[in-house]
Design a protein around this ligand. Structure first.
Ligand code: ATP
Ligand code: MG
Length: 205
């Protein structure tokens, strides 16, 4: 019936994976914009365990990254956070994330949200060609990175590229600013600024 807006379509669920060390407004704008364009019912933020392409780098412990992600997303009714990647032992592969979320949301259409830069990394790893059956991929534009999907030689139709409001923010830059005593207000949500200060994250880098 027309009065029941969602009765005729499958639930659409976005998955926003990331290290979130820390989560910043670029991540939130990306998720919000894809949710709007694709009429998503929910976006699940999934902080990684050990990201396979960051094995040589020092990453803040998973509980701090998880809690900052919860703080940053708490006020948005469509945003949720999943522990699947941080609770799975070992290195995080996107294909495992998709399989786990598929089990949790069996009757939903999944949309994996990624920046153009991260998409290139994901495709180099485990079972990349099985990911297309599990989710639709949405690559968002990111300042400083090429948005040319042709270079990646991906299957036709598997990935959409969308232009989103440009926020030239990276977690790397936020960490560096925090370490140097520079302000990170308005780059990350207020609660995340306060969490960083409260626990002295990134102060000794
Ligand atoms: P780091 O500098 O530590 O790599 P990051 O800012 O790239 O951090 P990630 O946690 O690595 O953040 O990214 C998670 C996802 O969000 C990736 O798909 C990435 O491409 C995307 N992303 C991050 N920042 C932006 C941004 N400013 N605009 C659009 N997409 C972004
Ligand atoms: Mg990154």
């Amino acid at each position: 019936p027309a009065h029941s807006k969602h009765s005729h379509k499958r639930r659409r669920v976005g998955i926003m994976g990331g290290t979130f060390d820390p989560i910043h407004n670029g991540h939130l704008v990306a998720a919000s914009e894809v949710a709007s364009v694709y009429d998503l019912d929910e976006v699940i933020f999934v902080p990684t365990g050990r990201p396979v392409f960051k094995l040589s780098k020092k990453v803040t412990n998973a509980e701090d990254r998880y809690l900052m992600t919860v703080i940053a997303t708490a006020s948005n009714p469509k945003f949720t956070v999943s522990r699947v990647d941080i609770d799975r032992p070992g290195v995080t592969y996107t294909v495992d994330t998709l399989r786990d979320i598929h089990k949790l949301r069996p009757d939903c259409d999944l949309y994996f949200i990624t920046g153009a830069d991260a998409l290139a990394e994901i495709m180099r790893w485990k079972d990349a060609n099985q990911m297309w059956d599990l989710a639709h991929f949405v690559a968002v534009s990111r300042p400083g990175y090429s948005s040319d999907l042709q270079e990646l030689s991906l299957p036709q139709q598997a990935v959409d590229m969308i232009e989103i409001p440009a926020l030239a923010i990276s977690s790397t830059d936020v960490r560096k600013r925090a370490a140097e005593g520079m302000p990170v207000w308005y780059l990350v949500p207020d609660g995340v600024v306060q969490y960083i200060n409260k626990y002295g994250l990134y102060s000794s880098m």
